[in-house]
Design a protein around this ligand. Sequence first.
Ligand code: OFO
Length: 178
Amino acid sequence: MKRISDQMEEMLNKQMTREAYQAQVYLSYGAWAESHSFQGIATFLYGHMQEEREHMFKILKYILDRGGEVKVEAIKAAPVHPKDIGECLNNILDHEIQNSKEIDKIVKLAHEESDWATFNFGQWFVKEQIEEETLINGVIDKYNLASNQIKDNHNLYDLDKDLATAPQEATTPREETI
Ligand code: OFO
């Protein structure tokens, strides 16, 4: 039996495609970074591409679990290549913020419909988006430090090495301990 509304089903399907698009953004930017010999940054971006694909699949499974119909639709093309690492990272943050807003709309609809199952499901994504925005903000801070301090590319080289092994998750405030 279908346990989500038609409107929710449509929103979840659109979000599933949006997560696939997010993966394409990371894939495209990863390829761009690799083509500019930023192998560490590319590894970080490819790693995150995988995370976005997992998000897509998580939504697919949820739609099915709630008796809905999955509609796999066309993914729009990834954006044009950035001009440098700074633009790459800032664009990624913009994409993440936009995605957070879309998740908020799902949670808002779930609340309006008293669909507590989807409300609960949506909370996982709310937390995930906080983590992702924190993660990318942190990388941007490192980039700004690296690019402000030295005029040559030495610090960017260190940043690139650093990101090769950087975690794909950030700690959210509620998980912080002192
Ligand atoms: Fe799917 O987490 Fe980023 O967008």
